[in-house]
Design a protein around this ligand. Structure first.
Ligand SMILES: *Cc1c(COP(=O)(O)O)cnc(C)c1O
Length: 384
């Protein structure tokens, strides 16, 4: 068998616990095959308890959770919403769903997340124009929390609510408190590539249980309490199915194990590659614990004589999936012309991270042998 026919190593494949089938079977036996039922209620309770939020609403995706959060914050046509630039587009698409205008905020080097400096400048400018944003969407990239104290202080000062996009940071902590519980709303994703998965799904969390009740209402076509079907507002079909929620319950039971496994994978990469000049792993801010959803690093292309794509392509030849860091949203064609605030005038941190960053396979089920395959190809490529 030639090397490229070896088992494919994915970036972040699903990792089932074995207990999922039990909850799915319960759903079948009781015929709760619907976007409601005991697993949905239990998954909401269990996730809220895990992260320490007063409540949670289970929905069909993380994107749907962000959309509901913006809707609950009354984001409307023509409003501004600030959003991290270095993220997956799902953080910002719901801003467009509401007909609002995104304004993108750069990263800072310590967390790769929203720069408080850029945020402050953006707020000052918005205040001068007499039009503050209706919300700020703060992303915790690859598991690392943003500088929440600084960001919340700015947002509190201007009285702008925060939506914490914790799609990638479930299980992470910031000063001992679980990621996703810092804003008015937090959101999680259970897409197939996340640290735990339900195949697809999301969760909206908040301490405002009334708002969550409203979210459930909006997520079920905004159906008024009447025996006939009556609707006085526009709603969505965003609720999570009871089968999917069953998968989530079993996945939540092993979340802490998954965090430990991902962190161990990160540590092994650092052991193998950390001494090489020109390789810089994504930092972990003091006082925070990252779930290390993906191990990411930047390379000094001059020092190593290769580009990130050289390494990614070399890995692909060996049937290994690696990727560049997210392409910042202010560089995306769909957001052409959108206002952007770099970390400092003339210094865009997210542009640099995109140009030099690589995400390595980080699945919690990856074996040491598989990880050694990744490391071997990486080392051979930079020594060519
Ligand atoms: C995955 C992800 C989402 C969206 O989640 P879906 O469940 O796929 O809709 C949102 N934000 C970030 C940062 C993500 O990585």
């Amino acid at each position: 068998m030639s090397s490229n026919q070896q088992n494919r190593i994915y970036l972040s494949p699903p990792h089932m616990s074995g207990n999922e089938q039990k909850y799915i079977n319960e759903a079948f036996e009781t015929n709760w095959i619907a976007p409601l039922g005991p697993n949905v209620d239990a998954f909401e309770r269990e996730l809220a308890a895990y992260v320490g939020a007063k409540g949670a609403a289970a929905v069909s995706s993380g994107t749907a959770a962000i959309h509901l959060a913006l809707r609950l914050l009354n984001v409307q046509q023509g409003d501004k919403v600030f959003c991290s630039s270095l993220t997956f587009i799902a953080s910002a698409n719901p801003i467009l769903y509401q007909g609002a205008e995104p304004v993108f905020i750069d990263s800072e080097p310590d967390t790769w997340n929203m720069s408080p400096l850029a945020l402050e400048r953006a707020m000052e400018a918005a205040k001068r124009e007499g039009k503050l944003p209706k919300a700020v969407v703060v992303v915790n990239l690859y598991g690392q929390s943003a500088k929440m104290d600084e960001i919340l202080a700015i947002c509190d000062h201007y009285q702008v609510p925060v939506v914490e996009d914790a799609a990638e940071s479930l299980g992470s902590t910031y000063k001992g408190k679980k990621s996703g519980t810092f804003g008015k709303f937090g959101i999680y994703s259970f897409n197939g590539n996340k640290i735990i998965t339900t195949s697809g799904g999301g969760m909206l969390v908040s301490d405002d249980v009334e708002a969550l009740q409203k979210a459930r209402f909006l997520a079920t076509q905004a159906r008024d309490p009447a025996p006939h079907y009556q609707h006085s507002q526009m709603g969505y079909n965003y609720r999570m199915s009871n089968i999917v929620a069953g998968i989530g319950r079993a996945q939540l039971e092993v979340l802490d194990e998954r965090v430990r496994a991902r962190r161990a994978i990160f540590d092994r990469y650092v052991q193998a590659l950390g001494e090489i000049d020109g390789i810089h792993f994504m930092p972990e801010l003091e006082g925070t614990m990252s779930n290390r959803w993906l191990t990411t690093l930047t390379i000094d292309q001059q020092a190593l004589g290769v580009t990130p794509m050289d390494i990614i392509n070399a890995l692909a030849e060996e049937n290994i999936e690696a990727r560049p860091v997210w392409k910042p949203l202010h560089l995306q064609p769909v957001f052409d012309g959108v206002t952007y605030y770099p970390h400092q005038e003339g210094w865009s941190v997210s542009d640099e991270l995109f140009a030099n960053g690589i995400c390595l396979p980080s699945g919690s089920s990856m074996t040491i042998e598989e990880q050694n395959r990744v490391i071997d190809v990486f080392v051979k490529t930079i020594k060519r």
